[in-house]
Design a protein around this ligand. Structure first.
Ligand code: FUB
Ligand code: ZN
Length: 689
């Protein structure tokens, strides 16, 4: 089954590999220094304890946003290395470990994790503060650069990692450490007069604190999340005030940045990057750093749900709609611009210079999941599924051993290191990154996918993603068990067996990609069948089911019943809204939740000269076949097209009336997520027609 393979890959390949990476033991890969830093901070804490009053704490020196050893062969034992947020490599890893242990107990992995937790906890200050960057470099400057220095981002990841590990194992050592750091922050930040009015430069603490509130029931965590959300973007801007204070501390003149006469667009709008340009509740356009954006929106959705905050929910809806109507790639990626890894202006979705960071697609999945928790509407789950099957999966090689950070929709390898605009685009997955945010993010999402497939309230269980597996729900009448066997993403056939003799409404998503759906089910020995058309109009005995917001709701007392869902899955040839300048005159091929692409290995060089014959392609029969060539079963699509012959005469320019030599070509499309698993070469999602 599709996702089981991915989860097994995470367990057997990715987690051990990442543990080595965290310990700088992957040959040829950029060192992480993550565990090195925890050890260095732990050593310092030990020294502090043994020296007592004699201990002289380090005083802060800024050694760069990324500090690297002078001699890479011999990093100094006591120094902090890596990015200011390097601790989060551990936090994401332990989060993935927790989820993975829930699916598959593994004593050896748990032991490794327990030992790692000991190292991490030994680095914590007595007051609860835990970010090795400042512990090692000098606490005198802690919380003086919230805009750039990620301390609250480290808090957020630590909290999420600790919760996952606690829920998986019942062990609360890391959870207690995370709570102590959160308590320290709750004492430090807040609306009270004597507290700091700052908020995270990189969001995540908002959703993490909301989760911590749900796990512990302690209101102060939700209040802190709310505070962070509501302070953001208020005037006067906190980041600006903070910068002014810092200039004083550094004894340097302070120039209000945005008033600099020669400031470019990006600088004039620098608080967009942090979604801090206007108060969050007033925001309608997704702007700035894309990962930060969707992490913020996820936190907003959590707080809106937990506090019944209608105004905040409205802002979430506006931001969601803006993303999906103007800023979403056909691969489910977001954040098209490499300038600040950010959302670009409306409809700017470049293919060959796309940023489309893996983490940003993951953040979109987080946001979708949270919107679904408030209101089950397939407009969220359709996009969640698109992001998952395409950009998120493309972020990892099929053997789990290399990763993409940037996910372009078109690649000409020669240009990647020669065209300045494409220097961020890699034509081949990397073993690891100095800034290794994406690989552990994939690991934590893939190993917790069950939580995205379902949501529930007291009387309803929703299925959003069709993954094979067992879901169970404790109800006041007993346990409901739902066993799903899904053929997705290659066929739209899903079988669900329900048992438990429990009265419950079961809701199933009708995928937006399906041209029609047939739902057959038995309940109390009675057989029912309903046909749903593309525009979601039902025929058959419609008294037995309700269709709402893209979900079919079946109510009943279920016991040993079967539900057959059959979603018609055809090849779809799609075009963009013509505001997307890049894609005019081009089409993309999709089938079910999968977006396809052409690769050089199948279609030869010069993919810019390839045309799809849309008319013939739409009529093509038997164009889908299955292959196991990449070690797992996947559907490939062959469609008729043409290829312009390369012109090898000496004329760079000629009259437009001069003929172009075309030859027929059978185009072989493969799933986008599988690209670059067969060596380096050209790739394109959008094809001329
Ligand atoms: O800043 C922390 C992480 O590094 C961000 O989420 C990524 O976009 C990368 O910049
Ligand atoms: Zn990332």
């Amino acid at each position: 089954e599709f996702w089981h393979r991915e989860q097994e890959l995470v367990r057997t390949e990715v987690l051990p590999y990442q543990w080595n990476a965290l310990n700088d033991k992957v040959e040829g890969a950029a060192p992480s220094y993550c565990m090195h830093n925890f050890r260095a901070a732990g050593k310092l804490m030990k020294e502090k304890k043994s020296k007592g009053k004699e201990f002289t704490p380090p005083t802060y020196t800024f050694r760069g946003f990324e500090a690297l050893p002078d001699d890479p062969e011999h990093p100094e034992e006591d120094k902090f290395y890596g990015f200011v947020f390097q601790d989060t490599d551990f936090s994401k890893w332990i989060e993935a470990v927790g989820y993975s242990l829930t699916i598959h107990p593994d004593a050896e992995l748990e032991k490794t994790a327990d030992d790692a937790i000991d190292v991490v906890c030994a680095a914590q200050l007595e007051n609860g503060y835990l970010d090795t960057y400042y512990i090692i470099n000098g606490m005198d400057r802690a919380f003086t650069n919230l805009r750039d220095h990620h301390e609250l981002y480290c808090l957020g990841h630590l909290v999420e990692g600790a919760i996952s590990y606690y829920q998986a194992t019942g062990k609360d050592k890391l959870l207690n450490a995370a709570k102590r750091f959160a308590d320290y922050c709750a004492d430090y930040f807040g609306p009270e007069e004597d507290k700091c009015k700052g908020y995270p430069g990189h969001e995540i603490a908002e959703m993490a604190l909301a989760k911590l509130y749900e796990v512990t029931g302690e209101e102060k965590y939700l209040k802190l999340a709310e505070f962070f959300i509501d302070e953001r973007g208020k005037a006067p801007n906190y980041f600006e005030q903070e910068e002014e204070k810092r200039a004083k501390l550094d004894g340097v003149p302070y120039h209000k940045f945005i008033l600099k006469p020669d400031a470019n667009w990006f600088d004039r709008n620098r608080y967009w990057y942090h979604q801090a340009h206007i108060p969050v509740r007033k925001q309608s356009e997704a702007v700035g750093h894309a990962v930060r954006g969707v992490y913020l929106y996820s936190g907003m959705a959590d707080v809106a749900r937990l506090s019944d905050d209608e105004e905040l929910y409205e802002a979430c809806k506006r931001l969601w709609n803006n993303i999906v109507t103007e800023k979403l790639y056909v691969t489910g990626g977001i954040g098209g611009s490499h300038m600040g890894e950010s959302f670009s202006f409306p409809f700017d979705l470049p293919n060959d210079t796309a940023y489309s960071e893996t983490c940003a697609a993951i953040g979109l999945v987080f946001f979708a999941r949270r919107m679904l928790q408030i209101s089950a509407e397939s407009k969220y789950s359709d996009v969640m599924e698109l992001a998952l099957y395409n950009t998120v999966l493309a972020g990892m090689a099929l053997d789990g051993k290399s990763f993409f950070y940037v996910n372009p929709l078109e690649v000409f390898p020669t240009a990647c290191d020669r065209d300045e605009r494409k220097l961020h685009v890699k034509a081949v997955r990397q073993k690891w990154f100095g800034c290794a945010c994406c690989p552990p993010n994939i690991a934590r999402l893939v190993s917790s996918l069950g939580a995205y497939a379902y949501t529930q309230n007291e009387d309803t269980l929703w299925t959003h993603l069709y993954m094979s597996g067992v879901a169970s729900k404790d109800t006041s009448q007993g346990k409901l068990v739902m066993e799903t066997a899904s053929e997705l993403p290659w066929s739209g056939k899903v079988k669900v067996k329900v048992s438990g003799e429990v009265k419950q409404t079961l809701a199933f998503r009708i995928p937006g990609w399906s041209d029609s759906s047939d739902i057959k089910w038995t309940c109390n020995g009675e057989e029912n069948i309903i046909h749903i058309s593309k525009d979601q109009v039902a025929s058959g005995d419609t008294s037995k089911a309700v269709i709402e917001n893209g979900y079919i709701y079946l109510e009943g007392v279920w016991d040993n019943d079967e539900i057959d869902l059959s979603f018609e899955m055809n090849v779809r040839i799609v075009r963009s809204n013509n505001n997307v300048r890049e894609n005019v005159g081009k089409v993309a091929v999709m089938r079910g939740p999968i977006t396809y692409c052409l690769e050089e290995i199948d279609n030869g060089k010069n993919l810019h000269l390839v045309h799809l014959d849309v008319v013939k392609a739409q009529e093509a029969k038997d164009c889908v076949s299955f292959t196991n060539e990449l070690g797992h079963n996947m559907a490939v699509i062959k469609l008729p097209g043409f290829k312009e012959k390369i012109e090898d005469d000496a004329n760079l320019y000629k009259y437009a009336s001069s003929s172009i030599n075309m030859e027929n070509a059978e185009l072989r499309f493969v799933p986008y997520y599988s690209w670059n698993n067969r060596g380096i070469g050209e790739m394109t999602v959008w094809v001329r027609n």
